[in-house]
Design a protein around this ligand. Sequence first.
Ligand code: SDX
Length: 430
Amino acid sequence: MKPTKATITFDNGSKTIELPILSGTLGEDVIDIRALGKHGYFTYDPGFLSTASCSSDITFIDGEKGLLYYRGYPIEQLAEQCDFMEVSYLLMNGELPNAEQKQSFTNTIRSHTMLHDQLTNVFRGFRRDAHPMAVMVGVVGSMSAFYHDALDVHDPQHREVSSYRLLAKVPTIAAWSYKYNLGQPFIYPQNRFNYAQNFLHMMFATPCETTEPNSILADAFEKILILHADHEQNASTSTVRLVGSSGANPFACVSAGIASLWGPAHGGANEATLKMLEEIGDVSRIDTYIKRAKDKSDTFRLMGFGHRVYRNMDPRAAIMRQTCHQVLDELGLHDDPIFKLALKLEQIALEDEYFVSKKLYPNVDFYSGIVMRAMGIPDSMFTAIFAMARTAGWIAQWSEMIAHPEARIGRPRQLYTGENRRDVIPVAKR
Ligand code: SDX
């Protein structure tokens, strides 16, 4: 029989604390420590390695088995059988849409893809060489100043329309941040295209010539979006939840999520992985970098490897590797030296005792950069595309948190290690 409570005893026999154990549908049980503060103790868990910040119905990860479910559906089935609109609908509503619901949802999103024309001025405040993620943080945050007719976060209709605006406009903002870098005019969304086709169109079309979508590349891009759409309480999603817990508007919350995702330890790893592969350059240099990754005195980490939760292959990496093959074959790049180097690095690392013992496997970022580069997408846009996909997860998690009966402002405590009380000495005597 599973335990229903945990008992804390103290070695000085001072007290015994009983705490309930809560069970979810799947995964680890949790010890409910909410009453601990009353007994004069906090828990201590920097980086939240053993801390559940919330309960959620949206995404389940089993790190040991390498499982990832969105609303109970395995990621492999969703990537194979659905498109990003279906998966976004699923994350937001809890069920896959039928054909009529899918068409209505798609039409709604298409009706929000344009930006308020004055938003183009916000782009012009940036230097032309601004990183797309810097532009996205700024422009998504500034949506609060343009779409303030539906910012009552406790009104379900307001939450819904703001969610639609974010899901629809973030691709436009991402593509336009790239066009701004190039000095090319912004390309407006075309509602005849699906989500992936539309983004690729806004990225690569010019007023002088439009693009006709390559269905294999567009399908591969839809897969990339699906694989990145949500991932439980990762750093950027936890950021969105924490910002949202104060009642901040959804545009400010997603802007904060984009900022958190930008870090190379998180969503910035896809761009960092490609830079690392280019720096390694040749199979003969792999061992040198593997040695550096194991050297504690060296800050170098093998980008695209390791994960806080997965102690097995990230199921997304396996799908991404397969997508990589398909795209490189479609583009006649199967001899791509970077891809071959990545395959060799993966093989060597997975046979190396250090990586095996620490259960460091390729994660979703290991192959995604190679696929996107093969599609002609610049490295600087990789994390912007990750942010575009994760916007679906962020708005679903944000809405779930706001509507949750246990919702309250997030306010962690600390272990204070500073100075004890002391009196100020007047500056003349210091
Ligand atoms: C994403 O949380 C999510 O779900 C994130 C994400 C999502 O979809 O939202 O999945 C997306 O961010 C994927 C991760 C992308 N990041 C990278 O690829 C960057 C490289 N990876 C590492 O920085 C690291 O593995 C993390 C940040 C991903 C995980 O860090 P943890 O859980 O804090 O693990 P750790 O740093 O404590 O490492 C445990 C041990 C350490 O050795 P010891 O101190 O125990 O001796 O493993 C070592 C680390 O030194 N280690 C690595 C390594 N990752 C961990 N050593 C070399 N290379 C690596 N990549």
